[in-house]
Design a protein around this ligand. Structure first.
Ligand SMILES: *[C@@H]1O[C@H](CO)[C@@H](O)[C@H](O)[C@H]1NC(C)=O
Ligand SMILES: *[C@@H]1O[C@H](CO)[C@@H](O)[C@H](O)[C@H]1NC(C)=O
Ligand SMILES: *[C@@H]1O[C@H](CO)[C@@H](O)[C@H](O)[C@H]1NC(C)=O
Length: 666
C-alpha cells in the first residue's frame, strides 16, 4: 500500500501555509518577483465557468453518468458528464497494423472541458490534449480535477464576454485515459478482486521497501516474481485464439496513435458542429453565400494538427507522438522532461541525479526560516539539520516506532520505509511535502510516531467484495474497480515500453539497485523498486519503437523544466530539446517534479503566449518560482502584480495542491 495515497486533496491540512516573512539574510528572495497572498481560504477558481457552446450532446442526466452507459463509437459522440464536462468513448483498433479489418477494439475514455466560446467563434482555439504523467495517469481525472486550471493558463487572459479581440484564443481541454488505464476499456486486473489486492498491498507495506532491512531484497524480489508472472501471463493471454492480447498493445506507441485519432475525430466533430450552426444561421438570417461558419470549422482529414500539454511521462507520449507524426504538431508543451533513451532503452544518465540536491534545499530552507516555520530546525546550520535527520533515519532503521491506537485509528508501527515515503513526497512536491517532512521528522526525533501514523492510515481505504462481486465470483467484472488499478496499469505500460527491465536476474538487478543508491541516497531505493515492478514480466509489444526519439516538427516544441527536479533532471530536458530542432527549453527556478509543483506566473505566461500565438520564449529563459517551500514571499510585493497575473498566480497555487502528481513515478 502506498501511503502517499493519503495525499488526497481535501484530507491534508494546509501545513505549508507559512505567512511570516523570511529572515532578511535569505538571498533568493530578490529573484522572486512577486508576492504572497494569504493561501488560507484561497479561492482557486474565481470566475464562474461558462460553456459558450450550444450543448448538442445526447441527453443523459449528468448525475447518472456512468461510462458503461455510453456505447463506444468511431466518432466523438459526447454526453454530458461530471460538472460541465462532456465525455465520449472513442472506438479504435487494438492493433492499428492489423489489415484484415477484424480484431479487438479499445474504447478510449475522453473527457472534454468545453471552450468558453462556441467552436464557430473566430476566437475558438481548438482543443488542447493533456496528459498528467504516470505512466498510467488518468487524463479524464486530470480534466475533472484540474481542467479549469489548465484552461485558465492557456486561454487569453480576458474573459471572452468583455474582450472581443479576434486574436484572443479560447480552448477546449481534452483528457483521455490511455490504454489499460481507468475508464478506457478493456481494463485488466492483477487480482481476482479488490479485497485480495488490498491484502497484498498491506503486506507489501509491512514488508518494507528495498533497503529497509537485511531480508528486504529477498522478500521484495519474491513478491515481485509472484505478482508479475501472474499479471503478465494474464495480460498476454488472448481470450480467444487469434485475438489480440491487451498486454501487447498497451505500450506508448499505439497510445500516441490514439492521440492522433482523437485529433482527427475532433476535426470531424468540429465540422459537424459548424455545419449545424450554419444551417441554423441560414434559417434565421438568410443564406450566407460565403458559408462562413462552415468554412471556419472545416475538417481537414489526414491533416489535423495536435495541441498538447504533457507532464513527466506525458513528455514521453508527446515526444513519441512528435517522432511518429512530426508534421502534425501545432503546439506541444513538454513539462518535466523524461530522457526518452533512458526510459525506453536504459541508456543515459541517471533520472534521479538531482534528487539529493532537493533534500539539501530542505535543510537549507529549514535553516533559513528557523524553528517557527520548520519544526525540525536545529542550531548549527544546514549541515546540523541534515545530521539530525540522518540520526532519525538511522534510529528508525534499527527500530521502528510503536504507535498506540487513537480515537480515529488502530495501532500502528512507523517504519523506515514510511520515512522514505515522506521524503519521496517532499522531493516531488516540496511546497506540500517539506512542511510534512519537518513536522513528522521532528515528532519522530522525540519518539512520537503518531502524526506519521495518521498520515499512513489516511491513505488506506476499506475494501470488501461487493454483493455483485460475491455473486459474480472472483475475476468477474463486478469485482474490478478500474480507478484502483493505477499502479498496476503504470507497471504494465512501463514494462512494455522498457523491455530491458523485464530481463534482469537477481545479480543484474542487485547491481542496478546499488548504482541507483549511489545516484541518490534519498530516492535510490524507491526508484529501484519501480524496476522491480518489471522483473518476471514477459511482454513483447507488437508495435516497437522505430528508432530514436527525434524529429523536425511542423511547429517547434516548448520544453519546460524545473531547475531541480527529483526524477526528470535538467540534463534530460536539455538533451531532449536538442533532439527537436527549433525547440526551446524554458527553465523555472524551483524545486520539485514539473513546473506545476511550484507556481510561477512567468513560466505560465510564456506557456500561454505559446498556445495563443505559437511564439516561443527566447532560448535560455529562466523564470523565477513565485513561492518557496517552507516560507512565503514578502506581503509588500503583492501590489506589484496585475489583477490578471494575480488570478493566474492563485490558479497555479491551487493547481499545485490539486494535481495528483505524486502517486505515480513519472
Ligand atoms: C485472468 O483474468 C481473467 C479476467 O480478465 C480471468 O477470467 C482469468 O481467470 C485470469 N486468469 C488467471 C490465471 O489469473
Ligand atoms: C478515474 O476516472 C474517474 C472519472 O470517471 C475519476 O473520478 C477517478 O478519479 C479516476 N481515477 C483515477 C485513479 O485517476
Ligand atoms: C532535421 O533536419 C535537418 C536538416 O534538414 C537534418 O539534418 C536532420 O537530420 C533532421 N533531423 C531529424 C531528426 O529528422
Amino acid at each position: 500500500m502506498d501511503p502517499s495515497k493519503a495525499f488526497g486533496f481535501s484530507t491534508l491540512p494546509d501545513h505549508y501555509v507559512q505567512l511570516s516573512p523570511p529572515r532578511p539574510r535569505w538571498n533568493v528572495m530578490h529573484s522572486i518577483g512577486v508576492a504572497l497572498v494569504a493561501l488560507a481560504g484561497l479561492v482557486w477558481w474565481t470566475s464562474p465557468f461558462q460553456a459558450g457552446e450550444t450543448p448538442r450532446s445526447r441527453a443523459l442526466p449528468v448525475a447518472d453518468f456512468s461510462w458503461d452507459q455510453v456505447t463506444p463509437s468511431p466518432t466523438l459522440e459526447y454526453h454530458d458528464c461530471f460538472d460541465g464536462l462532456q465525455c465520449a468513448r472513442l472506438r479504435v483498433p487494438m492493433d492499428y497494423h492489423r489489415t484484415d479489418g477484424q480484431g479487438r477494439h479499445v474504447a478510449v475514455a475522453v473527457a472534454r472541458l468545453p471552450a468558453k466560446v462556441p467552436v464557430t467563434d473566430p476566437r475558438y482555439g481548438g482543443a488542447v490534449l493533456v496528459n498528467p504523467g504516470g505512466p498510467g495517469g488518468s487524463g479524464v481525472a486530470m480534466v475533472l480535477l484540474g481542467g479549469r486550471d489548465v484552461q485558465t493558463i492557456v486561454d487569453a487572459e480576458q474573459d471572452p464576454s468583455v474582450a472581443s479581440r479576434a486574436e484572443n484564443k479560447y480552448f477546449d481541454i481534452i483528457g483521455f485515459d490511455p490504454r489499460g488505464v481507468n475508464n478506457t476499456t478493456p481494463g485488466f486486473s492483477c487480482f481476482p478482486n479488490l479485497f485480495s489486492q488490498r491484502n497484498w498491498e498491506l503486506q507489501a507495506a509491512a514488508e518494507g521497501i528495498l533497503g529497509s532491512s537485511k531480508d528486504a531484497f529477498r522478500r521484495n524480489w519474491d513478491r515481485a516474481i509472484a505478482l508479475n508472472t501472474g499479471c503478465s501471463a494474464n495480460l498476454t493471454t488472448p481470450l480467444r485464439d487469434g485475438e489480440e492480447a491487451l498486454g501487447e498493445h498497451i505500450n506508448t506507441l499505439p497510445v500516441a496513435r490514439d492521440m492522433l485519432e482523437i485529433v482527427e475525430r475532433h476535426g470531424q466533430w468540429r465540422e459537424k458542429q459548424g455545419l449545424a450552426e450554419q444551417r441554423e444561421r441560414d434559417r434565421t438570417h438568410g443564406y450566407d453565400p460565403h458559408q462562413t461558419l462552415a468554412a471556419r470549422t472545416r475538417w481537414n482529414p489526414g491533416q489535423e494538427k495536435i495541441q498538447y500539454w504533457g507532464r513527466s511521462y506525458g513528455t514521453i507520449l508527446g515526444s513519441t507522438f512528435a517522432t511518429l507524426f512530426p508534421d502534425r504538431i501545432h503546439r506541444a508543451v513538454l513539462d518535466a522532461v523524461v530522457d526518452a533513451d533512458k526510459y525506453y532503452l536504459g541508456d543515459g544518465h541517471s533520472a534521479i541525479e538531482d534528487a539529493d540536491a532537493i533534500f539539501a534545499r530542505f535543510t537549507e530552507y529549514c535553516e533559513a526560516v528557523g524553528s517557527e516555520n520548520c519544526p525540525f530546525y536545529t542550531e548549527g546550520g544546514a549541515a546540523a539539520i541534515e545530521e539530525s535527520f540522518m540520526a532519525v533515519d538511522n534510529a528508525l532503521y534499527d527500530r521502528s516506532v510503536p504507535v498506540p491506537s487513537s480515537s480515529t485509528r488502530g495501532p500502528e508501527v512507523v517504519t523506515w520505509s514510511d520515512l522514505k515515503n515522506i521524503v519521496r513526497i517532499a522531493l516531488y512536491q516540496p511546497l506540500r511535502g517539506f512542511p510534512l517532512l519537518a513536522e513528522y521528522a521532528s515528532a519522530l526525533a522525540q519518539g512520537n510516531g503518531a502524526p506519521m501514523a495518521d498520515f499512513k492510515v489516511g491513505g488506506r481505504s476499506p475494501s470488501c467484495p461487493s454483493t455483485q462481486c460475491l455473486q459474480g465470483g472472483p475475476w468477474s467484472a463486478a469485482c474490478q474497480v478500474p480507478g484502483y488499478n493505477e499502479e498496476y496499469s503504470s507497471a504494465a505500460i512501463l514494462c512494455a515500453d522498457a523491455e530491458y527491465l523485464q530481463s534482469a536476474d537477481e545479480d543484474t538487478f542487485g547491481r542496478y539497485w546499488q548504482s541507483l543508491r549511489e545516484d541518490s541516497a534519498m530516492l535510490g531505493d524507491y526508484w529501484a523498486g519501480l524496476g522491480l515492478n518489471c522483473v518476471g514480466w514477459d511482454v513483447k509489444p507488437k508495435w516497437q519503437l522505430p528508432g530514436r526519439i527525434a524529429a523536425n516538427t511542423s511547429h517547434p516544441l516548448l520544453f519546460v523544466t524545473n531547475i531541480l527536479d527529483p526524477v526528470t533532471p535538467l540534463r534530460s530536458a536539455r538533451k531532449m530539446s536538442r533532439r527537436f530542432p527549433g525547440s526551446v527549453l524554458l527553465q523555472q527556478d524551483s524545486e520539485g517534479h514539473s513546473t506545476l509543483a511550484a507556481p510561477s506566473v512567468c513560466t505560465h505566461k510564456a506557456i500561454r503566449r505559446y498556445f495563443q500565438t505559437g511564439e516561443l520564449p527566447p532560448p535560455d529563459t529562466v523564470c523565477a518560482g513565485d513561492l518557496k517551500p517552507l516560507f512565503g514571499i514578502p506581503q509588500a510585493m503583492q501590489a506589484a502584480r496585475s489583477a490578471g497575473d494575480q488570478q493566474l498566480y492563485e490558479v497555479l497555487v491551487g493547481a499545485a495542491q490539486r494535481m495528483p502528481a505524486v502517486r505515480l513515478p513519472l
